[in-house]
Design a protein around this ligand. Structure first.
Ligand code: PYC
Length: 324
């Protein structure tokens, strides 16, 4: 848990896991004291007063660009097992699907929760979780929706690219990969081309002033295409805000995809959608109807703890707050 004495420790206890290949580093002790109140408010305090802690945990030499951090805090809602704030190499995430599964599995590893139901409090709402086994969890994500469809943007080197804007706990621009000239398939070999195309699309969205609701930045770009496995329904590539690609099928990205499928009448409530990632790992997703034009997605995936340790920030270390 984050400390309660107003100090930031020079060491932090962390547990690393991966969910479908995407890493999560859970800070279980030694994080900054963020006080009480709503988790969204504590996120703001984290960003304003303790961003060096985020950098130290995620950036090299202690971390990597692909890593998502999860700071555990005392929940404001006593019905929740923990409060959690997700962060990455460039900032903070509203919600993180693979990270929520990683947190649930980490809590089970620590013996803090049993297999069964629990709730996580995030900056964008309470996320109910069913821990099915010590390594498999289903999260019920925040209500998701398609905001705009078939939005055209002029992209450097790619011409006019059309995509849907959807909210799945983060903002996504979803593009059919087969519509991009020269992008053959969503395979690991094509990762450099996919990353470059996604980077250019993101720059075009910024240039064109294309945003989510209330001017929110669209910070995730998602390509979708046919699956490789016969028993999956789709494959995706998601470029995260810090320019690393998601090794998992991205929980919030899968939620955004479900919102688009639901809006197009291509997936019924309760029907399973098996989403493959770039590396072939998978989530099984379903939805139920939410409020007007909203769905409530459920995402099932597996996570495994892969290390535990103590991060040390020696005050004499010139890179105690990471490189960059
Ligand atoms: O699983 O939602 C997710 C996610 C967001 C960024 C990285 N993973």
């Amino acid at each position: 848990m984050a400390r309660g004495n107003g100090e930031v420790s020079n060491s932090a206890r962390v547990i690393d896991s991966h969910t479908a290949g995407e890493p999560t580093r859970v800070v279980v002790d030694g994080g900054p004291d963020l006080g009480d109140g709503p988790i969204a408010e504590r996120l703001r305090r984290f960003a304003t007063h303790h961003d060096d802690f985020r950098r130290s945990v995620i950036l090299e030499p202690r971390g990597s660009d692909a890593l998502v951090g999860a700071l555990l805090c005392t929940p404001a809602d006593p019905g929740c097992a923990v409060g959690v704030i997700f962060f990455n190499n460039v900032g903070y995430l509203n919600m993180c699907g693979h990270g929520a599964i990683g947190v649930a599995v980490t809590l089970a590893y620590l013996g803090s929760v049993e297999v069964g139901e629990l709730r996580l409090e995030t900056p964008v709402g309470v996320v109910p979780v069913v821990l099915r086994t010590p390594n498999e969890a289903t999260i019920e994500n925040v209500p998701s929706y398609r905001f705009r469809s078939a939005v055209a943007v002029a992209v450097e080197g790619l011409g006019n690219v059309r995509g849907d804007i959807a909210w799945g706990g983060n903002w996504f621009f979803l593009v059919d990969a087969t519509s991009i000239p020269g992008l053959a398939a969503i395979t690991l070999d094509a990762e450099p081309e996919l990353t470059e195309a996604a980077r250019r699309i993101k720059a075009a969205l910024v240039r064109g002033g294309v945003t989510g609701r209330d001017g929110a930045e669209i910070d995730h770009i998602e390509f979708f295409g046919p699956p490789v496995s016969a028993d999956a329904h789709g494959r995706n590539f998601v470029l995260c805000p810090g320019a690393a690609y998601d090794r998992s099928p991205c929980g919030t990205g899968t939620s955004a995809k479900l919102a688009c499928l639901a809006a197009d009448g291509e997936l019924r409530p309760g029907e399973a959608w098996v989403q493959e990632s770039l590396i072939g790992s998978r989530f099984v997703a379903r939805y139920r109807h939410g409020g007007a034009n909203e769905i409530v997605p459920s995402i099932t995936g597996e996570a495994f703890v892969c290390s535990e340790g103590t991060l040390i920030r020696d005050p004499r270390d010139p890179f105690k707050n990471g490189i960059g």
